[in-house]
Design a protein around this ligand. Structure first.
Ligand code: PEP
Ligand code: MG
Length: 323
């Protein structure tokens, strides 16, 4: 399938009306990295670090992690890799960390909540990332930030880790960006200072959608009930885009929907300029972006909203068929 899109691999994902959308890939294993060059991705928009923890039966050691992260950065060469810190709990259970007995794990003790309450593992991971960077630029992203104070607490851990490395005389990254995933509706309404302080935001659409519609992403009976192209959801996303434009906050989207061509062009029409997806989706998404006039598509979406459509999908499909 990659071959089908080879002719556009080195071309920009530029819409007919001249808007460039930056396409990145999601990864989690060393084996994913060769796709960086074959897919034409600009970088790794989401590196899921929990896979390294999930595939073992004991906690990985700091030196092992540092080596792995260094190899990932080596393989990416000068392309940016967004390392997401350990995102466990909910559907991702570590065999060597007894899961908490929680009635609703998706709403429970997970991701950055675990990291902030029991910071030992996060500190080890941050140290491994700083050592792996070894003078290069480093990008860290915290999952499941639901409010401003969680971001500042997580960021303080990064600052502490840097201080520790300095005292130990280790080389520091040339620059560090610390971003957050927007996966809970609450963060869409966080105070302006959050948007000003965070280095970048990435919308985790898989989680965000399940909380927006209160529909379990793991439950087949309800997860397909609510369309990503539902007017309420797109309006919410448009609001986040506007807040980010207002504060100059770099924003991207890294949930599965970024890799679905119809959803992807609608996200772009709502103002998203950066999407991260599985490598095999880059060709199909780029191909459709290059055939669409985004400002016309935005008008189609807004008209459907004005009319009171529940989902803009029928109107969008009709527009795409006729254009
Ligand atoms: C998301 O929630 O959209 C996301 C990218 O993270 P994960 O699927 O790993 O929860
Ligand atoms: Mg998530």
């Amino acid at each position: 399938a990659q071959e089908r899109y080879a002719s556009i691999r080195d071309k920009a994902a530029e819409s007919l009306d001249g808007t460039v959308i930056h396409l990145h890939m999601n990864a989690g294993l060393m084996a994913d990295l060769p796709s960086l060059s074959t897919s034409g991705a600009e970088g790794v928009g989401l590196f899921r670090t929990e896979l390294q923890f999930l595939i073992r039966n004991q906690m990985p050691k700091r030196t092992e992690l540092a080596q792995l992260y260094a190899r990932v950065m080596d393989a990416a060469e000068d392309k940016r890799v967004v390392f997401r810190t350990l995102d466990i709990g909910s559907d991702k259970v570590l065999p060597y960390m007894a899961p908490q007995d929680e009635p609703n794990p998706a709403l429970g003790w997970r991701a950055v909540r675990v990291a902030l309450d029991k910071p030992g593992v996060m500190r080890m991971q941050l140290q491994a990332l700083l050592r792996a960077a070894n003078g290069r630029a480093l990008t860290i992203m915290f999952p499941f930030i639901a409010q401003y104070e969680e971001y500042t607490a997580a960021r303080a851990e990064v600052d502490k880790a840097i201080e520790r490395e300095k005292i130990l005389g280790h080389p520091l990254p040339s620059e560090i960006e610390v971003g957050a995933m927007l996966e809970t509706p609450s963060l869409g309404f966080a105070p302006k200072k959050f948007y000003e302080e965070v280095d970048f935001l990435s919308i985790g659409g898989n989680d965000l959608k399940q909380f927006f519609f209160a529909a379990d992403r793991e439950n087949e009976r309800v997860r397909r009930r609510y369309d990503t192209l539902n007017v309420s959801f797109l309006t919410f996303l448009e609001g986040i885009v506007n807040r980010c434009v207002d504060t100059g906050t770099p924003l991207s989207f890294c949930g599965e929907d970024a890799g679905r061509p119809i959803e992807a062009v609608c996200l772009a029409a709502m103002g998203l300029r950066s999407l991260s997806m599985r490598p095999a989706s880059i060709g199909p998404v780029k191909s459709l972006i290059r055939r669409v006039n985004l400002s016309e598509l935005r008008d189609v979406i807004h008209a459907a909203r004005e009319r009171g459509d529940q989902s803009v999908r029928p109107a969008v499909m009709e527009y795409l068929r006729n254009s």
